[in-house]
Design a protein around this ligand. Structure first.
Ligand code: AHG
Ligand code: MN
Ligand code: MN
Length: 294
């Protein structure tokens, strides 16, 4: 079944928006070969942008502006929320290219999207949908509109075709731990040691979207915690934590900042960072217990 058919029961404008983003991602994928270099600019987080970061950002901004469906667009690569004079009222958040340090070594990277009605400076639990496209050996698209989590694969004729419907996160013993061990906070260190003692294996690639995708299919937990000197961690609430957390929760998992549900956080600024724990409920319950104990 093609993505278009799968979305036929969905609210028509939301379906159109998801299809439009799917098309933009096909365009992004087609540009990998000629955009392997580093640019000479930095984004608002002080990170050097890759040519592909900038181009993916431009493709999505142009396509979403032209769609007439989107009023507010927040991008990891833009300092402010963009506002379009549009008939539609969707708000979209995007990490146009996640994992961009891996572009030069041909490992999986992706595009992460959150969809709201109206402004995007709102808690993640007000999202109406979320999706990501993973550019790996295959290009896959995973989406939810709060009716299950479904995965599609880009076929040779350029269609996203259904690969797996109603994905549920299984039990599993992998963990993807970001940050430096010597800078872990006490509750986090205790939790990591508990996972290790329980036989969890490390799987951390440097691409959040790819690591969470693996956990969606194999179980376990991804974390980029708060750490000494950076209590809010590295990853971004609007662009990374909320959309991927939303998808994992729809698949039966959990998403926490260590002391509660990420999706309940009211953002105060577009570039807000947050400690991240995303994965199985039992791993998330355990970190919350350890964090509360201090
Ligand atoms: P982005 O490429 O969008 O800037 O995100 C990179 C993120 C995330 O994908 C990954 O989990 C994390 O940065 C890796 O950070 P470290 O290099 O500190 O491990
Ligand atoms: Mn990212
Ligand atoms: Mn990015």
């Amino acid at each position: 079944m093609r993505l278009e058919e799968h979305l036929s029961g969905c609210e028509p404008d939301l379906a159109k928006l998801i299809l439009k983003i799917a098309d933009s991602c096909k365009t992004i994928k087609s540009g990998f070969m000629s955009r392997q270099s580093c640019s000479d600019t930095e984004n608002v987080y002080g990170e050097r942008q890759m040519a592909l970061d900038k181009w993916a950002d431009e493709v999505l901004i142009a396509d979403l502006k032209a769609s007439g469906l989107v009023k507010y667009l927040a991008s990891e690569e833009q300092p402010e929320i963009l506002e379009f004079d549009s008939a539609g009222n969707f708000g979209v958040t995007m990490d146009p290219l996640d994992g961009s340090s891996l572009i030069g070594v041909n490992l999986a990277v992706g595009t992460i999207i959150g969809i709201y009605r109206g402004n995007v400076l709102a808690p993640g639990n007000t999202m109406v949908g979320a999706m990501y496209v993973l550019y790996g050996p295959l290009t896959t698209l995973t989406y939810t509109v709060k009716k299950g989590v479904h995965e599609f694969v880009l076929d040779a004729s350029g269609d996203f075709v259904l690969q797996k419907e109603n994905i549920r996160i299984p039990d599993g013993k992998i963990f993807a731990p970001g940050a430096l061990r010597k800078e872990y906070l006490p509750g986090h260190l205790k939790w990591i040691e508990a996972l290790e003692a329980d036989g969890y294996k490390i799987r951390f690639s440097g691409s959040f979207v790819a690591d969470v995708h693996q956990i969606l299919h194999k179980g376990g937990v991804f974390t980029y915690p708060g750490y000494q000197g950076n209590e809010n961690g590295k990853l971004r609430l609007l662009f990374e934590a909320n959309p991927m957390g939303f998808i994992i929760i729809q698949a039966g998992g959990a998403a926490s900042h260590g002391m509660g549900d990420i999706l309940e956080v009211i953002p105060v600024k577009v570039s807000q960072r947050i400690p991240i724990y995303i994965g199985g409920i039992k791993e998330i319950d355990l970190i919350e217990k350890f964090t509360m104990e201090g």
